[in-house]
Design a protein around this ligand. Structure first.
Ligand SMILES: Nc1ncnc2c1ncn2[C@@H]1O[C@H](COP(=O)(O)OP(=O)(O)OP(=O)(O)O)[C@@H](O)[C@H]1O
Ligand SMILES: [Mg+2]
Length: 222
C-alpha cells in the first residue's frame, strides 16, 4: 500500500547541509500498522512528512497504492492528499474559532466533497466514533488536551483516508490519556482498514505495532 524507495531528505542551512534522511526503503501493506522509533533528531518527522506529501524528498519515491505521490502536480496532489491521507500530529492544530464539529467537517468542506448539511452530519458521526458527541458544540479551548486530540482524530477520519499518519500524537498527554487516545487511534484505523504509520517515543506503544521501524541517523537499522 505504502512503498518508499531510497528516500532522501537534505536541508540546506547556514551551517551546511543536514542529511536528515539518507536512503530509506519502507513497505507497509494495506491495513498494516508500522511504528517508527528512534532518537530525537534521527529523521522520523522528516520521513513522515515526505510520506504525507508535506515535504518534498531530495531524492527517492513515495508510492501510495501505486501512485507516485511526488510525481503529481498541484492541485491533483492536494486533492490526492485530502482524499487518501489523514494526519494526526502532535500539536492539536484545531482552528480555535471553530466549534469541534466544524473543525471536523472542515476537510470535507475544503475538498468540496460535501455540502454544509452533509458535512455536519458526517462530522457528527466521526465525533461519535471518538466518543465526543456531547462536545460537538464546544470550542477547542473548552476541551481537555485528550479531547482535543480526539477531535483531531475525528477530523483525520473525515475523508475516509486509506493512510493515517501520526507524528507523536500523544507525547504531551498524561499516560492514561495517551493510552486512551492510542487505543482509539488503533481501533478506528483497524475498523476502517486504514494503514497506520505512527512515530512514537513510547516503546511500549511501538511494541503493539505489526511492524517496528527503527531509524538512527537517517537510516533504518535492524
Ligand atoms: N527545516 C529544517 N531545516 C534544517 N534542518 C532540519 C529541519 N528539520 C529538521 N532538521 C534536522 O534534520 C534532522 C532530523 O530531524 P527530524 O525532525 O526529522 O527528527 P526527529 O527524529 O523527528 O526528532 P524528534 O524525535 O526530536 O521529533 C535533525 O538533525 C534536525 O535538526
Ligand atoms: Mg519529530
Amino acid at each position: 500500500m505504502l512503498a518508499c524507495r531510497n528516500l532522501v531528505k537534505h536541508y540546506e542551512t547556514d551551517r551546511g547541509t543536514v542529511e536528515a534522511v539518507r536512503g530509506v526503503d519502507l513497505d507497509v501493506p494495506a491495513g498494516g500498522y508500522a511504528a517508527i522509533i528512534g532518537r530525537s533528531g534521527s529523521g522520523k518527522s522528516s520521513l513522515l512528512s515526505m510520506i504525507g506529501g508535506l515535504s518534498r524528498p531530495s531524492a527517492g519515491q513515495v508510492r501510495i497504492d501505486g501512485t507516485d505521490l511526488w510525481a503529481m502536480r498541484e492541485p491533483e496532489a492536494a486533492a490526492f492528499r485530502s482524499r487518501r491521507i489523514g494526519y494526526v500530529f502532535q500539536f492539536a492544530s484545531l482552528l480555535p474559532n471553530l466549534k469541534a464539529i466544524d473543525n471536523v467537517a472542515l476537510p470535507a468542506r475544503l475538498a468540496g466533497r460535501l455540502g454544509r448539511r452533509d458535512a455536519a452530519a458526517a462530522a457528527g458521526e466521526r465525533l461519535a466514533d471518538v466518543g465526543l458527541t456531547n462536545h460537538s458544540d464546544a470550542f477547542p479551548a473548552e476541551l481537555s488536551a485528550g479531547e482535543q486530540r480526539r477531535v483531531v482524530l475525528a477530523r483525520a477520519l473525515m475523508n475516509e483516508p486509506a493512510l493515517l499518519l501520526a507524528d507523536e500524537p500523544t507525547a504531551d498527554l498524561d499516560e492514561q490519556t495517551e493510552r486512551e487516545v492510542m487505543a482509539l487511534l488503533q481501533a478506528v484505523s483497524h475498523e476502517r482498514r486504514a494503514t497506520l504509520v505512527l512515530v512514537t517515543h513510547n516503546l511500549a506503544l511501538a511494541a503493539e505495532a505489526r511492524q517496528v521501524v527503527h531509524i538512527a541517523d537517517g537510516v533504518i537499522v535492524p
